[in-house]
Design a protein around this ligand. Structure first.
Ligand code: DC
Length: 228
């Protein structure tokens, strides 16, 4: 079974996707981490974030690896652990520009489809249900107000030991700007698939969101068993 979880930044996608993948013993792929790794590659190679050809060549040269270590997803670029760096404000501020480059998207989508293969998988991102895995049995679209997402981001940064110099209101504005860019880019913009289930997580706990999604999965599994 393929489970696609899409939605805007900080809507709770990766937290929820990780828990569901663990519970079901499915593989988990955080596709946002891949675009963030591309942004780290651009920065480390001192390339402009709009330099598509340069970034594509640097991705081929440096390589991006996602590894599961002691139950944690780690991201490596050129053999170096960049798991922490991909979440820093400077990468967050530039990832929309890099992820809008058509060649970068083509490369990442192809890698993501290879990873999914015919495995049981939970993949989260922006275009999983619409583009990467259009035949996923379960498609979830998580939303929440920009304020709620900014508050979550502040907590996330604190937990990761990253100091933010910005106020919640400034982070809220950054999130709104990133939503706009992600939703208005030409190639596979952030969009709810027509067959996706939308869940507003603003007033829901993580456990409540997980429970709703697990119910949908159980119902889909029953349908599949009936069909076969
Ligand atoms: O989920 P995230 O905030 O880590 O994602 C980082 C950026 O990557 C986000 O601004 C949009 C982009 N992204 C994308 O374009 N397509 C995906 N499937 C996942 C993320």
């Amino acid at each position: 079974m393929q489970i696609a979880i899409d939605g805007p930044a900080s809507a709770g996608k990766s937290t929820v996707a990780k828990i569901i993948a663990n519970k079901l013993a499915y593989i988990y792929v955080d596709t946002g981490a891949m675009y963030r790794a591309c942004t780290v590659i651009a920065k480390q190679n001192q390339l402009a974030f709009s330099d598509e050809a340069g970034i594509l060549a640097a991705i081929d040269h440096d390589g991006i690896e996602l590894k599961s270590e002691a139950g944690q997803q780690k991201v490596y670029v050129a053999g170096q652990d960049v798991t922490k760096e991909i979440r820093t404000p400077s990468i967050s501020a530039n990832v929309s520009e890099v992820s809008a480059l058509p060649g970068v998207r083509k490369k990442m989508v192809s890698l993501q489809r290879q990873m999914a293969g015919s495995m049981d998988i939970v993949m989260d991102g922006r275009d999983i249900g619409t583009t990467v895995l259009p035949r996923a049995e379960i498609k979830i679209f998580l939303v929440a107000t920009a304020r709620a997402r900014a508050e979550r981001r502040v907590l996330d940064l604190k937990t990761q030991g990253i100091k933010s110099t910005k106020t919640v209101t400034e982070i809220e504005a950054d999130i709104a700007a990133r939503d706009y860019k992600d939703s208005h880019r030409l190639v596979s913009p952030l969009q709810k698939a027509t067959d996706a289930i939308e869940i507003d997580t603003t007033d829901l706990s993580i456990d409540e969101v997980v429970e709703i999604i697990l119910e949908k999965i159980t119902a889909a599994q029953k349908k599949l068993v009936k069909k076969s």
